[in-house]
Design a protein around this ligand. Structure first.
Ligand SMILES: NC(=O)c1ccc[n+]([C@@H]2O[C@H](COP(=O)([O-])OP(=O)(O)OC[C@H]3O[C@@H](n4cnc5c(N)ncnc54)[C@H](O)[C@@H]3O)[C@@H](O)[C@H]2O)c1
Length: 321
């Protein structure tokens, strides 16, 4: 095909998909049925991982719950059974360890079957300026937020490709699209997760595996405790999101096979501006949006745990590093 024809075809497709997008804003899209699908969620022991698990349980899916926090995970399983889920399997798994992921994945394949919806959700944040962040925590952040996605995909994607049926869901972050002061390692890990998921989507398109869908989720702050203490500068433009809203939006996006989910919706606009404006404008824009100071008041889970452990005289993972 020559340059002229290929460009014409490309513009035509862009117009078609834009019109389809506008059309679908007004017409309810048929949602897929996930009853009987095996849904694995990493980091299901709390936060949006737990809420997504409960939503998939209500839709009749078989749940495979992974978390390093065995107690939290058991509680998610208990809550899922309480609302009527029968097929709930919880596993303690440290997703920062490749061999452990492979070992538990083999166990899941033997005990439950092939996972058809994989939700890479486990995540951690250091919350220090880069030079003050301990090396071990920087490494751990990349291992949990990015590299664990490699190993879970290696473990479960082959069966999805063989059946040409499945769904990979990556819980990334707005920090995977835009850098932020005080979040260098976290942003790097989430940019990595976004780049990995986007590239996999293309790998599957090239192989014609249209039955395996991908969804990349990029939320702003969510009120789960992970970013406790952080304040948004403009709550009406970038509100701190409620976990229930985020979980609902992700699950319904998966049912509609959405490729990207950015939350709040203003993020679609702000992200587009990042590509359009002069690169120099990025620094005043970051200041305007509060990205200079957003981490100044960060407490997070770890700080809260440290306070608790200081009172009880025990040690936290952070103080062990
Ligand atoms: N909370 C926010 O503001 C926010 C914003 C954007 C994106 N996210 C992302 O959403 C996801 C869920 O976060 P959340 O807000 O529900 O926080 P959360 O802390 O409640 O949940 C994270 C879960 O991951 C688990 N986890 C941590 N390390 C693990 C490991 N090594 N192996 C297995 N499990 C591990 C934790 O035990 C926890 O249950 C994360 O990937 C996070 O980066 C969160």
């Amino acid at each position: 095909m020559n340059f002229f024809l290929e460009t014409l075809r490309f513009i035509g497709l862009c117009l078609y998909y834009t019109l389809e997008y506008i059309f679908l804003l007004f017409i309810p899209v048929r949602k897929k049925n996930v009853a009987g699908e095996i849904v694995l969620i990493t980091g299901s022991g709390s936060g949006i991982g737990r809420l997504m698990a409960l939503k998939f349980a209500r839709l009749g899916a078989t749940l495979v719950l992974w978390d390093i926090n065995g107690e939290g995970n058991k509680e998610t399983a208990r809550l899922a059974r309480k609302i009527g889920a029968i097929r709930v399997h919880n596993y303690a798994c440290d997703c920062s360890k490749r061999q452990e992921i492979y070992r538990v994945a083999d166990q899941v394949k033997k005990e439950v079957g092939d996972v058809s919806i994989l939700i890479n959700n486990a995540g951690i944040v250091t919350g220090n300026r880069f030079l003050e962040a301990p090396d071990l925590l920087i490494e751990k952040t990349v291992e949990v937020n990015t590299m664990s996605n490699f190993w879970t995909v290696k473990a479960f994607l082959p069966a999805m490709l063989a059946a040409n049926h499945g769904h990979l869901v990556t819980i990334a972050s707005m920090a995977g699209l835009v850098g932020s002061n005080g979040l260098a390692d976290y942003c790097a890990s989430k940019f990595g997760a976004v780049g990995f998921a986007e590239s996999l989507m293309l790998e599957m398109a090239v192989q014609g595996k249209t039955g395996v869908k991908t969804t990349i989720v990029c939320p702003y702050f969510i009120n789960t405790g992970m970013f406790d203490g952080c304040k948004t500068k403009w709550p009406s433009l970038l509100p701190v999101l409620e976990p229930e809203y985020v979980a609902e939006r992700i699950v319904s996006g998966v049912l509609r096979n959405d490729i990207y989910i950015l939350m709040p919706r203003s993020l679609y606009f702000l992200y587009a501006l990042k590509s359009i404006f002069s690169t120099k404008a990025f620094i005043p824009a970051a200041e305007y949006l509060g990205l200079f100071t957003v981490m100044d008041t960060f407490r997070g889970h770890t700080k809260k745990a440290e306070d608790k452990h200081q009172k009880t005289g025990t040690k936290t993972p952070r103080s062990l590093n």
